[in-house]
Design a protein around this ligand. Structure first.
Ligand code: HAM
Length: 428
């Protein structure tokens, strides 16, 4: 019987991996324009790191973590907690008062797998640690928007503020008072949430809860002066940077560490998995994890969802890696000559493909096409005896004879000359 990958775990195969590379390259380019440095953390962490940061009563910690119970270790369900753990452990705040860090890699959550929702998924996560200024919040969202724009994706930005430990209890009270009268109409999960985490009732997906909370008090109207001023400048900043956004008073996020600014990049093209990225400010979290008293803000983009959007936009067929040259050897002597030649050409930096099975010219030309070769060098036993080979331009279908037989180095320089000539003549 065949062994297949686990449910919710996926291979990324050639034809698709090219899109992943494109997403990652675009992200690295944009992140470096905004002065972010890369950091890489291990996949396994102590379980307590996540229960202390994400929150004991969140879905992630309650139901979705891959935890080895006998060892008290967990496969990271997100990057923020691990990144902050590393920041604290290495005393990065001492080196620079503001750290701008990014990381790219797999995360693990035991969720019900569906399109755009996996158990092993990948995030591109950025964090700015040490900056309190609301302009940083606006700039970070602008960076996310710019990256999505560079990828050619149309995504909207939704914004909220969750206040701080000073004003949130007041809002929590107002919300609880509102929910108390309507308790019977809530779904079972929300009935439970009223005691554990009432804010989560606001983003329940159950249609009857959704209608019910429409009239609920808005957190934006319960912000203290500090949070309200901060939220105002964030919005001004977004306007200054020309980033469109809309306010969403129901967005509370599924992780407990947020304070003030929270946001999500939303698409209408992926059904229920509408968030391609999300983040926010977490001003108390670093201290809570045993670090210095510094604020932070960040977001993560879900790579599977970005790739799905690109596939929908461009069709499933994506060109696989191309080769500069395919070398076709015909006959035993020629094949023997081709083997070290291909290696020598690769050492010189050319992308070279070849056949290893002594196939016919027709079949090798097919392989050359599949490999996306720009040129094919055809070497047969007879040609080799005459010191010649044929170089074929796959685009124009033109062929020319080139001299070989004076050793690999001489042939190499002849080939490079021929490519150069072609490039020049193509440009003309
Ligand atoms: P999150 O909202 O849990 O936030 O995840 C961020 C993004 O990761 C989501 O918007 C989605 O695109 C993607 N994602 C999450 N779960 C899955 C899944 N099961 N399958 C596929 N994609 C998924 C965080 O993780 C925070 N750490 C973000 C953050 C960074 N906040 C501050 N800094």
């Amino acid at each position: 019987m065949k062994i297949t990958a686990l449910n919710g775990f996926k291979d990324i195969v050639p034809g698709e991996v090219e899109l992943w590379q494109r997403v990652e390259t675009a992200a690295r380019t944009i992140f470096s324009r905004f002065s972010f440095s890369e950091i890489r953390m291990p996949i396994l962490e102590k379980t307590e790191l996540f229960s202390r940061s994400i929150g004991e009563s969140t879905d992630i910690v309650e139901k979705e973590m891959y935890t080895f119970v006998d060892k008290q270790i967990t496969m990271r369900p997100e990057a923020t907690a691990s990144l902050l753990r590393a920041y604290i452990q290495h005393g990065l705040h001492v080196q620079k008062p503001i750290q701008r860090l990014f990381t790219i890699g797999p995360m693990f959550r035991h969720e019900r797998p569906q399109k755009g929702r996996l158990r092993q998924f990948h995030q591109m996560d950025v964090e700015v640690i040490g900056a309190q200024n609301p302009r940083v919040d606006a700039e970070l969202m602008a960076m996310g928007a710019l990256l999505l724009e560079e990828l050619g994706l149309t995504v909207s930005l939704e914004l909220n503020s969750l206040g701080c430990p000073a004003c949130r209890p007041d809002f929590r009270q107002a919300l609880l008072a509102f929910l108390e009268d309507r308790h019977e109409a809530l779904c079972d999960d929300c009935k439970r949430r009223c005691t554990s985490n009432p804010l989560r009732v606001l983003d329940c997906k159950n249609p009857s809860c959704r209608t019910l909370v429409e009239e609920a008090p808005s957190i934006q109207e319960h912000l203290c002066q500090g949070c309200s001023d901060h939220f105002g400048v964030v919005q001004e900043g977004l306007q200054q940077l020309g980033v469109p956004y809309s306010l969403n008073k129901f967005m509370v996020r599924g992780l407990d560490y947020y304070t003030r600014t929270t946001f999500e990049f939303i698409t209408g093209d992926l059904g229920a998995q509408a968030a391609v990225g999300a983040g926010g400010r977490y001003d108390g979290l670093i201290e809570q994890l045993g670090g210095p008293k510094v604020p932070g803000i960040g977001f993560a983009l879900g790579m599977e969802r970005l790739v799905l959007l690109l596939q929908q936009q461009e069709g499933e067929e994506v060109a696989e890696g191309e080769s500069d040259l395919f070398v076709a050897g015909l006959g035993e002597v020629a094949t023997n000559f081709v083997f070290p030649l291909v290696h020598a050409l690769r050492r010189k930096g050319l992308q070279v493909a070849t056949d290893y099975e002594g196939r016919s010219l027709k079949s090798q030309m097919k392989q050359a096409n599949k490999a996306g070769a720009k040129w094919v060098l055809i070497i047969g036993d007879t040609e080799l005896e005459e010191g010649q080979a044929v170089l074929r331009d796959m685009q124009s279908q033109e062929q020319e004879k080139i001299r070989i037989g004076t050793g690999v180095d001489a042939l190499l320089s002849l080939l490079l000359q021929a490519f150069e000539k072609k490039k020049i003549s193509l440009e003309q």
